[in-house]
Ligand binder design. Sequence first.
Ligand SMILES: Nc1ncnc2c1ncn2[C@@H]1O[C@H](COP(=O)(O)OP(=O)(O)OP(=O)(O)O)[C@@H](O)[C@H]1O
Ligand SMILES: [Mg+2]
Length: 270
Amino acid sequence: MFPKGTPEYVDSGQRYVERIIRALYYFKQCALIGPSGTGKTHITYLVAELTGLPVWEVNCGLQTSSYDLIGRFIGLGKENWVDGQVTSWLRYGGLLYLDEANMMKQDVATRLNPVLDTRGHLVLNEKDNEIVVRHPYAYLIISMNPFSAEFAGTKPLNAAFRRRMSVWINFDYESVGERISQKEVELLIKRAQIDEDTAYKIIRVGAEMRRQYKAGDLPYGPSIGDLIHWAVLIKDGSDPISAAEETIVALTSDSVEVQADVRRLIESIF
Ligand SMILES: Nc1ncnc2c1ncn2[C@@H]1O[C@H](COP(=O)(O)OP(=O)(O)OP(=O)(O)O)[C@@H](O)[C@H]1O
Ligand SMILES: [Mg+2]
């Protein structure tokens, strides 16, 4: 897939796009790490669009198997082999995006080791030991949430895999706690067409929720995408409090107590 029309990516001077492209240029692979909603997937698509690379994407999970990555037989007979995403990527080149890479089981991740080091090839043991050599324009981005209790299923990435990622880029929310990013306020105004005062208050709520989330006091911190949804309903005519009910209050948790905390915060700022 060749991404098109990826929305703009805002940062306040971290130059994420340049750093990712530099890592790919020198090392062919890099890792993006940061909490949910900080734009790792978004920026990967943007990098693919800017560099004109097709994206091969695997959303890793506990169930991700080597069949998904490497390939499988779909019937009897050697002609019935279909390549997995990784194998196709090696053959044709492009940008492989392994989303939530630390959700993968270790034995599955280990199959990638020879691909990612100087050997640069994959041996298809399943298929008469065919050797698939890494295409010269085969780039890799992996993304993950930092290993912690609240990201159920994440594991520390195994050392062999870690070592093969030459560059690690840390992502964080633009606005957190007392730090309010004007860029984020502007993005909200632009995307939802709301007034500056409302936009500023929404970002303040978001920033405080993110602070509490990072401190372990809330189960989720809203992304700018989530805050845009809230703003769109306000723009459509809802008052801020009821618009929040249908968006970030409900999004944060099903728990009545947590929802009450979020509601209290919103009411104090609006
Ligand atoms: N810096 C940014 N500029 C513009 N939009 C952003 C930015 N960061 C996040 N977003 C928006 O916030 C939403 C969440 O971003 P995205 O899905 O890329 O996060 P993620 O880091 O991949 O999260 P997860 O770890 O849950 O997969 C998207 O709608 C994305 O467009
Ligand atoms: Mg993502």
